[in-house]
Design a protein around this ligand. Structure first.
Ligand code: ZN
Length: 388
């Protein structure tokens, strides 16, 4: 194994390392890192369960701790609408206290909701006129509004408000998104946050490496960001296109001394490819959404529990998993719960799916620390692919 960058802290570059972020090991482009936040240290690569509206759907904070979730996501857009960020600050101090989660929280800025709910929204130079998906009321969300919401929520990591165009889209739309993302980044940068809050910039620019590189360089001129995120991926493009982009961009362009976050991605295979190319942080609704649809992830592929083949299957969802669901219940029982639509089905499947995603990235992390990531990647990729 050629660990060309192993132990980066021992060389002269260690002077440039921010105290809050430490790269512990490289295995080619893949890396294992530690990020300190006000609510705890995060070991990467890590998957962040999505808690859009102040809850990771179906899971208690205690269950999240049991499956070793280290950091979760909250959403500025949805929490602003209901129950209101000012309400949370005024009555509870922060989102952690309100939702009973004392670990780190990253808040999404609302940029993505502008994309995903685009039929309801009008994007302008200064921000976005939105229509609430709940009651149809019109409201304005711009970079300042998004920062104020995230300040009120008191999240550990605050994301810039960006313009996230769909893929594919016209070059005019892409250029406009890039310009807006940059001008909004300046406004976000000037907005005062709570002292402990880390600021991540979002890099846009579609699948074009040079546009992304330009966006990144311009962002670096604005301030010394605490981390960089890749937005606008997994928004309609082919998987192979995203992999090629990650391969050509991450290691070459993104500063190695800052955390790297790939937003809204993705499948277990997507995570493996991205980790291979040096991504540290992930979030995706897939494990919890699929759980609610009766689907479980495992290292040997996906299981659709309602299928008759599981009716008498006494095995756990995964022999390799030590989550509460796998230690206590058979596939046959889960098949029954899914068939009769019992409320326990999505709970047990969510516990397992989040445990699986966190186990996957934790195995990747251990293999990087041991210098055997390439072998881990090949084995896991082939095992997963051959069953899907
Ligand atoms: Zn399990």
């Amino acid at each position: 194994m050629n660990n060309s960058h192993s132990n980066p802290n021992s060389n002269s570059q260690s002077n440039f390392l921010d105290k809050k972020f430490r790269v512990q090991a490289f295995c080619h482009k893949a890396r294992a890192c530690e990020l300190q936040t006000a609510h705890g240290t995060v070991q990467t690569p890590i998957f962040m369960p999505v808690g859009t509206r102040g809850t990771v759907k179906m899971l208690l904070p205690e269950q999240l701790k049991q499956v070793k979730a280290q950091i979760i996501l909250g959403n500025a857009y949805h929490l602003f609408l209901r129950p209101g960020a000012e309400y949370i600050r005024e009555h509870f101090g922060d989102l952690h206290t309100f939702m009973g989660w004392n670990g780190p929280i990253l808040t999404d800025s609302g940029g993505y909701q502008v994309f995903s709910l685009q039929k309801l929204n009008k994007i302008k130079e200064e921000g976005v006129w939105c229509q609430s998906p709940y009651d149809g009321k019109k409201f304005f969300l711009g970079p300042q509004e998004s920062m104020a919401i995230q300040r009120d929520l008191g999240s550990d990591i605050v994301m810039n408000f960006d313009d996230c165009p769909p893929l594919p889209c016209s070059s005019e739309r892409q250029e406009m998104a890039l310009a807006r993302t940059l001008s909004w980044a300046k406004i976000c940068s000037d907005f005062p946050l709570r002292d402990f809050q880390l600021r991540f910039a979002i890099v846009q620019g579609g699948l074009d490496v040079s546009s992304r590189g330009y966006c990144l360089e311009e962002l670096k001129k604005i301030r010394k960001w605490d981390g960089f995120a890749l937005g606008g991926l997994s928004v309609g493009e082919k998987n192979a296109e995203m992999y090629t982009f990650l391969e050509n961009f991450c290691h070459e362009f993104l500063p190695w001394e800052r955390p790297r976050y790939l937003m809204g991605v993705g499948t277990p295979i997507d995570l493996l490819f991205a980790i291979k190319n040096g991504i540290d942080l992930f979030d995706c609704v897939l494990p919890t959404r699929n759980a609610r649809n009766g689907q479980a992830f495992s290292f040997s592929g996906k299981l659709t529990l309602k299928n008759a083949r599981y009716q008498t299957d006494k095995a756990p969802l995964s022999e390799e998993c030590s989550c509460y669901t796998c230690l206590n219940f058979s596939r046959a029982y889960l098949h029954h719960l899914v068939r009769v639509k019992e409320g326990l089905a999505p709970i047990l499947l969510s516990i397992h799916n989040i445990a699986f995603y966190i186990d996957l990235v934790s195995r990747a992390r251990n293999s990087i620390l041991q210098g055997v990531f390439d072998e881990f990647f090949e084995k896991t990729y082939n095992q997963y692919k051959s069953n899907n």
